[in-house]
Design a protein around this ligand. Structure first.
Ligand code: NAD
Ligand code: ZN
Length: 363
């Protein structure tokens, strides 16, 4: 187990990571909850599995109030956020009440957004229960909800005071969700920590099986990589933008499929494959590209549903990461190095996209 600190413009987040992190953080949580209303936001299946563990921590004088959101991406809507705000107000929520996000990235994003905005912001703990949320979504203070036409279109930066990333909670996570989380690990490794990519390649079978001996070191190392970038560029004006690798097309795929067809991590995997195509045309060496395509090929991804190139392009042009001047692409330029490109011609994107949709794994 490890304790990390993320320093950001408004203070610090503590991150406790590893097997047994929740038990190790119990006293700290109890102190932080003492005498407060604590709004525990979760979906029904996650609450059924894990809410009991929090009851065990509840100190005298605290009141845990459970608030339920729909399971999955449909939690990230204005309607759900509004229900949470109203539920908190009705239950006597105050400026010094607490929010606990217990769940995957979707719960973390909507609960974090509600914590950021309720009474102009109340304190938040993230207890991520998916691999994706442990390595990525719970770290770095980004919170968001979706609009029908745009993923994460409304949001705020709101850092948790504490993140408890207990890898033991991943024991029940389905293989497909492990894979989705590993895609974000591959993204970070490609840009920031090539040594981590070696570890993922070598340990992939164990990682996809959810073997804690494989997962533990990977989760801690991916979190360290993300912490480094967020500390460098907390509000995404420069280096943090690199973490959008694979997300330009990935988010468009999710929006066009109405957030239902693929998991976030799966859509990002396809986005990453497409980014490799554009990157190859801008000098990325064939070895690096082949290596990543080969690795993602071992991920047992579901097939890409039928999609129209034009709709994807229109959706990308509307995405919040696009500028008035056009779509910005984050592309790897070498192993461990990425860059943002604002000058990829739209005709090239359309042409490559047509070819990609026919054969996503071809370079
Ligand atoms: N804020 C950020 O910086 C950031 C970064 C990356 C991704 N995201 C967001 O994260 C979301 C994706 O998160 P996700 O992949 O965790 O999806 P998710 O939250 O939908 O969780 C996936 C599924 O796993 C189940 N689950 C959760 N924990 C479990 C456990 N321990 N055992 C068994 N089942 C469990 C959930 O019930 C759910 O059905 C997307 O909305 C994405 O935009 C945010
Ligand atoms: Zn992502």
């Amino acid at each position: 187990m490890e304790r990390l600190t993320l320093r950001h413009p408004r203070g610090e987040s503590a991150i406790v990571v590893g097997a047994g992190a929740l038990a190790a953080a119990a006293d700290e949580l109890a102190r932080w909850w003492q005498g407060r209303r604590v709004f525990v936001v979760s979906s029904a299946p996650i609450a059924a599995r894990f809410a009991g563990a929090l009851e065990g921590i509840e100190p005298a004088g605290a009141a845990l109030v459970h608030l339920e959101v729909p399971d999955g991406e449909t939690a990230k809507t204005v309607e759900v956020a509004r229900r949470l705000w109203e539920g908190m107000l009705a239950a006597g929520g105050k400026r010094d009440s607490r929010v606990v996000a217990l769940g995957g990235g979707t719960v973390g994003d909507v609960a974090g957004f509600v914590a950021a905005t309720f009474l102009r912001g109340i304190e938040l703990t993230q207890i991520p229960t998916t691999l994706l949320a442990q390595v990525d979504a719970a770290i770095g203070g980004k919170t968001a909800i979706d609009l029908p036409g745009g993923k994460n279109s409304v949001g705020a930066f709101h850092h948790p005071h504490l993140v408890v990333a207990d890898t033991e909670l991943l024991a029940s996570l389905p293989r497909a969700d492990l894979r989705a989380g590993l895609v974000e690990v591959v993204k970070m490794a490609t840009l920031l920590d090539p040594g981590l990519l070696d570890v993922v390649e070598e340990g992939l079978d164990g990682l996809l099986d959810g073997d804690p001996r494989s997962l533990d070191p990977v989760v801690a190392r991916a979190i360290r990589a993300k912490v480094g970038v967020v500390e460098d560029d907390p509000e995404e004006s420069d280096r943090r933008r690199l973490l959008n690798l694979g997300h330009t097309l990935g988010h468009a795929i999710e929006a066009v499929l109405d957030y239902r067809g693929l998991r976030h991590g799966e859509a990002v995997a396809f986005g990453l494959l497409f980014a490799l195509r554009l990157a190859r045309r801008r000098g990325l060496g064939p070895d690096v590209a082949r290596r990543l395509v080969g690795l993602l090929g071992r991920f047992e991804l579901p097939p890409l549903p039928p999609l129209a190139a034009q709709r994807l392009v229109d959706t990308m042009a509307r995405d919040k990461k696009a500028r008035e001047s056009g779509i910005v692409w984050v592309l790897p330029v070498a192993m461990g190095e990425g860059r943002a490109f604002a000058d990829v011609p739209l005709e090239e994107v359309e042409r490559e996209l047509e070819a990609f949709l026919r054969e996503p794994f071809k370079l």
